[in-house]
Design a protein around this ligand. Structure first.
Ligand code: BDP
Length: 714
């Protein structure tokens, strides 16, 4: 009996050790499986030498201690000098002069965050070196080497120089102080405010490691719909405790600031940006913050948007409001990220509002301000044209905001790899300063020579063991960091490196998952919002289809506002005969969309109201094409299910089952989207769903009466 229990115990321990819960994300450091690579790594990396003494150097040493024994299955000694086959991780100044001379021409052009990885022979020794101008850059270089090794690629002949293109590479948490995460689908906030500042969850360090490994260098801890409480001293001490953990990893903390904080926590009667007491209040607040958090990054502000307070409440402009805060932060080199996500129920077209409010202010923002612009003009839809502000404010650095959390992309249960969406935006030519004025060249500061530049992602992280709930949500976090580091990287290569690190290097596994990921964004567009449909999700929670919805508190929250379907046609006319939003783009860009017969079908209903009989490039009528697209979306998920099943043998059973079940949900919901939308549109246009497609499983009333009062994240 005892023996049986012992065997069971050993089995359970073994089983537990094997369980893959996704916590380590892409930093798994599992044993290298290819014998030739393993033996090459073992001999090349016999020891490491990290001479620096800063907390960042300690972080580097810790990472190597975790990673190398894990991958090499042998211990790697730390040395006090450079020996044969040593991995050297050191700033240039800490290297022997001879080595500095050998490397100086390669290191000289690097940015302060850029690193050099190189194998080199020095004083008769073959060494692998990671060097740079700062310790943070060495940390980035260390993660770059580990990324190569986790992919089991050769390192015997390395020469890689890399500097980030974008200065601010950020996450925005929409985390409330209650730990409820707005639009969060992965549990509650990882910031355990109640136990801070004394209890430091080890998870904060792992958060820092994961972010630093992809180059993220800042994080806004709290929701843009901010509570002023975060700016009070007890809370700033909590923030400082997080900042202390993140600092060695090169990550600054930022806070969302509530514009009316001087009233709410300062006891003033106004928050008017031109009022002297208000100015003094913010100056003192900044001083207090920097006394507590000396390297505080700055403020993110959502003002006069969706009910948030702002300068317009006092007849002032966004620039007045942003300058007020920027001036308070300037003595400490802090910055303000002022959001341009504004719209107003009276406007004829929500699409146009941000451009109308912000372009007249170009040149009026002080130089420590970035205007933060969502990638599209409406709101993180499965596909949007670019925001017309991108390219329309040459004198203002623009910070590009993406949404990692999948508010409009199937929320916590759909597999959607967003890098193709990110790239579609970055590669769009705005023609703002002639041809090749891509969004990438605007947000990296190059086009208009701005020193401040930034890309941010609204975080999809929560306290779920695997951070993002859907294992593939991690890929979106990963891709955001990689693209912010270098917007020229490709969605497919980012997917490949993520898969190899996250799931393994078997070629069949890698190819299959890569195909699934690359197709997934187009598939979600097809089953949710094909041909340029947008914002037809359920009101408020945005979960599931509700194209019929027409009685929200504001018209611009209603799907019917966006699709304008009637007996004769569908789509939002944004040409000169309609809202003329198209005129907000440069003519050369507008031209891609302006004629309904040549408009890219992906954007057709964004810009045109066309008849159901409109001829599509495929030769089908619009109605037939719409039915085709919805069905293709469902087929796309069926294909993903088959692809996933085909690689069952290559994946740990925990994640295999988890993703299989999530794909089942996604499949059911794709069918729901298709059937509900086609049932509704066919009730409007009175056209039957063509016979080759399945009929909606239920009648329209069935879909309309579905209610989701407890949909998450709302
Ligand atoms: C919308 C979300 C809302 C956010 C808002 C924003 O539905 O929860 O507060 O954007 O970005 O997408 O401010």
């Amino acid at each position: 009996m005892k023996k049986a229990l012992l065997i069971l115990f050993i089995f359970l321990c073994y089983h537990h050790a094997q369980a893959e819960d996704g916590y380590h994300a892409w930093l798994r450091y599992t044993p290298i499986s290819q014998p030739a690579i393993l033996s090459a790594y073992r001999s090349q990396l016999a020891s490491c030498y990290v001479p620096g003494k800063s907390p960042t150097d300690t972080a580097i040493r810790n990472e190597l201690k975790l990673a190398l024994p894990g991958m090499l299955q042998q211990s790697v000694s730390e040395t006090n000098s450079i020996q044969n086959h040593t991995l050297v991780c050191a700033r240039m100044q800490l290297l022997p002069t001879g080595l500095q001379q050998q490397l100086s021409s390669l290191v000289q052009p690097l940015d302060s965050n850029g690193y050099l990885l190189k194998t080199i022979s020095y004083a008769g020794k073959n060494i692998t070196i990671i060097t740079a101008k700062s310790d943070i850059a060495i940390l980035y270089g260390t993660f770059a080497l580990l990324r190569i090794m986790q992919q089991q690629q050769p390192i015997s002949n390395l020469q890689q120089q890399s500097s980030p293109t974008v200065k601010l590479r950020l996450l925005n948490h929409w985390d409330n102080l209650t730990r409820y995460v707005e639009r969060g689908y992965a549990g509650i906030s990882i910031w355990n405010w109640h136990t801070l500042p004394t209890y430091i969850d080890p998870r904060y360090t792992d958060y820092a490691r994961l972010n630093a490994s992809i180059g993220i260098n800042g994080t806004v801890l709290n929701n843009v719909n901010a509570s002023a409480t975060i700016l009070t001293r007890p809370w700033l001490l909590k923030v400082a405790a997080i900042a202390n953990v993140l600092r060695p990893y090169g990550i600054k903390v930022y806070l969302s600031a509530r514009f009316s904080a001087p009233i709410e926590i300062g006891g003033l009667h106004t928050a008017d940006p031109l009022n002297d007491s208000v100015r003094t209040w913010w100056q003192q607040k900044a001083k207090e913050i920097y006394t507590i958090i000396p390297d505080f990054g700055g403020f993110l502000v959502k003002a006069n948007s969706e009910g948030q307070p702002g300068p317009q409440s006092y007849g002032r402009t966004h620039a007045d409001g942003a300058n007020l805060l920027a001036d308070a932060l300037a003595p400490y080199s802090g910055i303000v990220m002022w959001r341009a996500f504004v719209y107003n129920p009276e406007a004829s077209d929500r699409f146009k509002q941000a451009y109308e409010e912000f372009t007249p202010l170009d040149g009026k923002f002080h130089n420590n301000i970035l205007v933060q612009v969502k990638n599209g003009p409406v709101d993180f839809q499965p596909r949007e044209p670019i925001s017309p502000l991108l390219g329309a404010m040459p004198k203002t650095p623009l910070l590009l905001e993406y949404q990692l959390t999948q508010e409009y992309l199937g929320q916590g249960t759909h597999l959607v790899y967003e890098a193709p969406l990110f790239k579609e935006v970055l590669e769009t030519d705005t023609y703002a300063n002639g041809k090749n004025s891509t969004v990438a060249s605007i947000v990296d500061g190059e086009l208009y020579h701005h020193t401040l530049s930034g890309i941010t992602g609204v975080s999809n992280i929560g306290n779920e063991r695997n951070w993002t709930n859907h294992p593939f949500g991690q890929a979106n976090w990963y891709a955001l960091g990689r693209l912010a580091w270098n917007p020229q990287l490709h969605a497919d290569s980012i997917a490949t490196e993520w898969i190899r690190q996250t799931f393994g290097c078997n070629p069949q596994l890698v190819n299959t998952i890569q195909q699934m990921m690359l197709q997934s964004r187009e598939t979600v567009v097809q089953y949710m919002t094909p041909l340029g449909l947008h914002h037809i999700m359920g009101n408020g929670h945005h979960y599931g289809p509700a194209p019929w919805s027409n009685h929200a508190p504001r018209p611009d929250w209603d799907p019917v506002y966006y699709h304008k379907a009637d007996r004769y046609g569908i789509g939002f006319d944004r040409t000169a005969t309609g809202s003329n939003a198209l005129a907000q783009y440069q003519p050369a860009l507008a031209q891609h969309y302006s004629d309904s017969s040549t408009c890219d079908p992906h954007f057709l209903l964004w810009f045109h109201h066309v008849s159901w009989q409109h001829k599509m490039p495929s030769g089908k009528t619009l109605w037939d094409e719409l039915c085709y697209q919805y069905n293709a979306g469902v087929k796309g998920i069926e294909q993903m299910q088959q692809q996933w099943t085909s690689i069952a043998g290559f994946i740990d059973k925990e994640r295999f089952h988890q993703v299989s079940m999530l794909l089942d949900i996604q499949h059911q919901e794709a069918i729901w989207w298709r059937d509900a939308c086609l049932a509704y549109f066919s009730s409007v246009n009175k056209l039957p769903v063509p016979a080759q497609y399945p009929m909606p499983a239920h009648n329209l009333e069935y879909y309309q009466q579905l209610k989701f009062p407890f949909a998450p994240g709302n």
